[in-house]
Structure formats: structure tokens, C-alpha cells
Design a protein around this ligand. Structure first.
Ligand code: URA
Length: 424
């Protein structure tokens, strides 16, 4: 095969053969195909698309570039969740221990944040002593003893995707649905979970800004999961406004612990419970909404959380870091808060130090935003709307500017709350 022929074929809208795809992924992984050639092929795919067979083959080729985990020796069936990324989306933290209460093991191999969306590992690293990097044996041991693990995906899983995603990031080719779907699903299938629930976010704070694209991404990923023998379901959920009342690493851990203690904001609880029910049913457990809620209110999920954190070296009783400086943004007018834009709040939190601009940057554990009102709430001029947190107060000016424009207050009673779960 020749890389230029394959690029030309896709450029001219031809369907690539299985052999061509297998060759180009393997040759890119071992360096035979150059970055600039793969970049050109990605752009041709972004412009001309791939059919279901091509996407499925592309995904299998990326899985074949590395190792696959095998959970068949566990006492429990496995189920996992993947979110396409949002603002204030800390759901994984309460969800993994909650599901494990019902004897379904949760191998949650996660990533770090880049850009305005936070990363699960960054959040958990605000807990003193907690370790993200585990060996495969440690992962198996956590699943066998606790039943849940949240850790860094090892470099052995879908190495082709690691290289490809970094290339797409700098060549304007992240936004191709076939490439996003195969990237996410290659990692989840290689991870070896038996059942998978996808939380596909729609709205300003999400990858997919409109419902049509989100549906297409969800459908493509569900097809890939089914083709690979993984029980896969997708929920389409709202990301026009942040989830819960906190955005930022330690702030989100604090809110997750509130949920595990039987409290917490209703949207975080509702989505956690809905995803838990799907994960359990996917793993063959007929557990309903009320039974799942009971495990939050009676402390069983909290016990699992504490065991999960301690099992990875975390100190459950250490105080969470708090940022050195706070700034309160108040309502400019009285009325109804009709909008609190997820993207704006996410970017402001990122600027405060909760996220990173480059992969190698550190994050501030205490930085972020606490919300004091959510869309639909009646507010009075001068009341606190949000508190901004950072260790580096020179960051306030930019963040305040962005956060202020994210909130819209109108003199109206006609606010209709959007649905949190748009479709299944
Ligand atoms: N997340 C991924 O893992 N891959 C993508 O391509 C986009 C989001």
C-alpha cells in the first residue's frame, strides 16, 4: 500500500477497504506513515466521511494497535460510563462507587482535562495521597476487592489513538464524527468492559453544540459498541448550563461527596441515578431508580467511595484544598436568571487555574467557581450569583469578564426549564 494512494482515494470520496485501513493505522503507529500524511487523510475523512463498515474497521485497527484488558476472571460483570465532556460534570465520582454497591464492577479508566472541560483524574488528585497511575494488577485487585476503580488509562490501550488524537488536536480535525466515535470507542472496547453507557452531551459547554450532531455521534458509537459485542446505550443530555453548583477540581469532589452523603444538587443526583440504572441494567441487574437512590441515602455508596479512595492511597479525612483568594460576582439586576452559559462558566473556571492550556501544565486544586443560582431562579440585584476561586488573583480580571457575560437576567416569568435527559 501507499499512503498517497489512500489519501487520494478518500479525497475523491472512495470507500476505503479493510486492508487499506488496517495498513494505514499500523503504518502510522510504527512511523512508516508520516504525521503530515495522516493529517491529510484525517482532513479528507472530516470532509468526506466514512461509512459504518469503514468506521468499524478503523476502530478495530486502533484497538489492535495495543493491548486489551480482560475482566473475565472477575466475580462480577463489568459496566462503565463515558461522558463526551462537559462543565461541572463530576458524575463519574459518585457513579462508580454507587454502581459497585450492586455487585457490578466499574473499571473507569479516565483522562485529564484539556481546554474548558475538566478531567476526572485532575479532580481526584485534589484528595491528599490519591494515586491515578495503577498497574493492571492493581486495577484487577481494586475491582475484585472494592468493585470500583477510577484511574489513568495505561499507555498500552489503543496507542494509535493517542498519537492520532494529538495530531488531530493541532490540525483542525478533531471535529469529525467518525474520528471522535472511533477514538472514544477504541479506548472503551480495549478497556474490556462488558457494558457501556455513553453520556453524550449537547449544548454550549459540550463538543457537540447541536442535537443533530450529538445524535449522529451517539448512534455511531452505539453501533460500534454493538459491533464489538459490548452492550452499549447512549443518553443525550443537556450541557447548556453547568451540572450542579461547582466547577473546579476540589470543589467538584466536595459536591460529589455531598451526593454520596445523600444530599447534593438535584441535577447531579438525577443524572447519576439515571446513568447508574442504565449501567446496572446493561450488566443484567434489574435495579430500579428507587433502589439506586436508597444506596445514596443509606450510606452504602459512601462506604464504597471511601474504600475506593483509600485503596488508591487517598486520605478520606484530609481537608480538601481551598483556593487562597475569592471574588463574588453579584446580580446586576432583579428578575429571573434565564441563562447561565456552560461554555462561559467553563472558560472562566479554566482561566482561574482549574484547567490547563497545554498538556504539561499543572492545575490548581482549589480553583474554580461556585454557583449560587441556577437558570430558573429568581434573583435580586446585588445578591451573590457566583464565587470565583483562585490561588493567583491576577487571573481574576479575565475570568470575571467572561463569567459576568455568561449570566443573563431577564424580567420574565416565562422560563421553561430544559430537559436534563433529552433522549435515550
Ligand atoms: N475524546 C476522545 O477521546 N477522542 C476524541 O476524538 C474526542 C473526544
Amino acid at each position: 500500500f501507499d499512503a498517497v494512494d489512500i489519501i487520494r482515494a478518500k479525497r475523491d470520496g472512495r470507500v476505503l477497504t479493510t486492508e487499506e485501513i488496517n495498513w494505514v493505522i499500523a503504518a502510522y503507529t510504527d512511523g512508516t506513515v508520516a504525521d503530515y500524511q495522516m493529517a491529510a487523510l484525517n482532513m479528507a475523512i472530516l470532509l468526506n466521511g466514512m461509512n459504518r463498515q469503514e468506521i468499524s474497521t478503523w476502530t478495530s485497527a486502533m484497538i489492535a494497535s495495543g493491548e486489551r484488558m480482560d475482566f473475565s476472571s472477575l466475580r462480577f460483570p463489568t459496566s462503565d460510563k463515558h461522558s463526551t465532556g462537559g462543565v461541572g460534570d463530576k458524575i463519574t465520582l459518585p457513579l462508580a462507587p454507587l454502581v459497585s454497591v450492586f455487585d457490578v464492577a466499574v473499571p473507569q479508566l479516565s483522562g485529564r482535562g484539556l481546554g474548558h472541560t475538566g478531567g476526572t483524574l485532575d479532580k481526584l488528585e485534589s484528595i491528599a495521597g490519591w494515586r491515578a497511575a495503577l498497574s493492571n494488577d492493581e486495577v484487577m485487585n481494586m475491582l475484585d476487592t472494592v468493585g470500583a476503580v477510577i484511574c489513568q488509562a495505561g499507555s498500552g490501550l489503543a496507542p494509535a489513538d493517542r498519537k492520532l488524537y494529538a495530531l488531530r488536536d493541532v490540525t483542525g480535525t478533531v471535529e469529525a464524527i467518525p474520528l471522535i466515535a472511533s477514538s472514544i470507542m477504541s479506548k472503551k472496547i480495549a478497556e474490556g468492559t462488558g457494558s457501556l453507557v455513553l453520556d453524550v452531551k449537547v449544548g454550549s459547554g459540550a463538543f457537540m453544540k447541536n442535537e443533530e450532531n450529538a445524535r449522529e455521534l451517539a448512534r455511531t458509537m452505539v453501533d460500534l459498541g454493538k459491533d464489538a459485542g459490548v452492550h452499549t446505550v447512549a443518553l443525550l443530555t443537556n450541557m447548556e448550563t453547568p451540572l450542579g453548583l461547582t466547577i473546579g477540581n476540589a470543589l467538584e469532589v466536595r459536591e460529589s461527596v455531598e451526593v454520596l452523603a445523600g444530599g447534593g444538587p438535584a441535577d447531579v443526583v438525577d443524572l447519576t441515578v439515571a446513568l447508574a440504572v442504565e449501567m446496572l441494567q446493561g450488566a443484567g441487574k434489574d435495579v430500579d431508580d428507587a433502589e439506586v437512590r436508597a444506596a445514596l441515602s443509606d450510606g452504602r455508596a459512601m462506604d464504597k467511595w471511601r474504600a475506593m479512595i483509600a485503596g488508591q492511597g487517598g486520605d478520606n479525612d484530609a481537608p480538601l484544598p481551598v483556593a487562597q483568594e475569592q471574588h463574588v460576582i453579584t446580580a446586576q439586576a432583579s428578575g429571573t436568571l434565564t441563562k447561565l452559559d456552560a461554555y462561559g462558566v467553563g472558560v472562566a473556571s479554566w482561566r482561574l487555574g482549574a484547567g490547563r492550556a497545554r498538556k504539561e501544565d499543572p492545575v490548581q486544586a482549589g480553583a474554580g467557581i461556585e454557583l449560587h443560582a441556577k437558570p430558573g431562579d429568581t434573583v435580586t440585584a446585588g445578591q451573590p450569583l457566583m464565587t470565583l476561586h483562585t490561588d493567583t488573583p491576577e487571573r481574576f480580571a479575565r475570568a470575571i469578564e467572561i463569567a459576568e457575560t455568561a449570566a443573563v437576567i431577564e424580567d420574565t416569568n416565562a422560563f421553561e426549564a430544559p430537559k436534563l435527559i433529552i433522549d435515550r
